[in-house]
Ligand binder design. Sequence first.
Ligand code: UD1
Length: 363
Amino acid sequence: MKKIMTIVGARPQFIKAGIVSKMLRNSYEEVIVHTGQHYDKNMSDIFFNEMDIPKPNYNLGIGSGSHAQQTAKMISELEHVIVKENPDGVLLFGDTNSTLAAAIVAAKLLIPIFHVEAGVRTGIFDMPEEQNRIVTDHLSSICFAATIDDYDNLKKENLKDKSIVCGDVMYDALLFYSKKIDFEKGDYKLNPLFHSKFIDIKKGYILATSHRPENTDDKKNLMEILKALNEMRYPVIFAVHPRIKNIVKESYLEFQNIYFVEPLSYYETLYYTKMAKFIVTDSGGLHKEAYLHGVPCTTILRGGWQQTVNGNWNEFVRPIKKDIIQSVEKRIIDKGVKRCQFGDGNSCAKILEEINKFFYEVK
Ligand code: UD1
């Protein structure tokens, strides 16, 4: 049986790898490596437990650091495990530093790379994610594009021959795990971070998150976002990424309309996204999930999934209070027409088919 090494490190990758793994394990030996980029319980373990993802065979415990330090440590540690396990291929997801480090090591060891969520391009080269995804795509043996637009981006970079559109594994995951949730009953109890102001879910709420360095490293930008959320017509559930915990701790009393909670698990994210009146986020995953659930969204990001803007479901704005308020207010009632462009929920099967062809089809 051929051996595939799945390398993950950050929250969204656990979700994507989790759903692919279910199918992959039927025909391959899978070795899971967790770089340890995300390490807090509710940034990591909770996803493995809740989604029933096999425990990683290796956790490299790299943790946080500057981009260069973090990536360098990962490269060095990953080389040991990849050499030791000698997989027939490595499976990578998205565009985090873990993705980049794994791609560099596998390429140097001449091990085929299968990249899921390839071809995303924003043209913003100072975003670490943009740098990571370009390098990974160029080093990969197969680029799995979630959408036609992503495939077109790969074509423009002369990567057409090794690229394929397979839909979005996040959509597969959303469909699969949503079936396990009782949306009527909705018995998910949120874990408050700094105070326990009660939100009546039935009366409506907005779900918000922010973790992008451009919105959080500069306190002024984060304050603009929080001030905007504080003036929303519905109360706001704000899931706090650890990188902003200290800033929020200093100022949460100013924001009486916001209920600050611990980072959400995957089931909580599915539930609280689907039930929300509106989403405000800078997460690449959450604004797509909002679109897939049919919940309008305002995304405070310079580049993201442009397809979600169709039918007015999403709008990209800058971290400016009045722009955020305006964007939410003008769309909170007026819903667009949904057009799904993220596949048909069978992306994992298509990915597996292509990997099988790669290994077994006579060329
Ligand atoms: C990373 C990815 C980003 C992805 C996001 C998903 C990169 C460059 N960025 O961003 O693309 O959208 O994950 O969530 O790979 N921290 C903790 N505990 C943790 C994890 C992080 O306290 O378990 C804190 C540390 O202070 C750390 C900071 O958060 O320095 C940032 O973590 P990092 O993994 O570098 O980037 P994210 O913002 O999570």
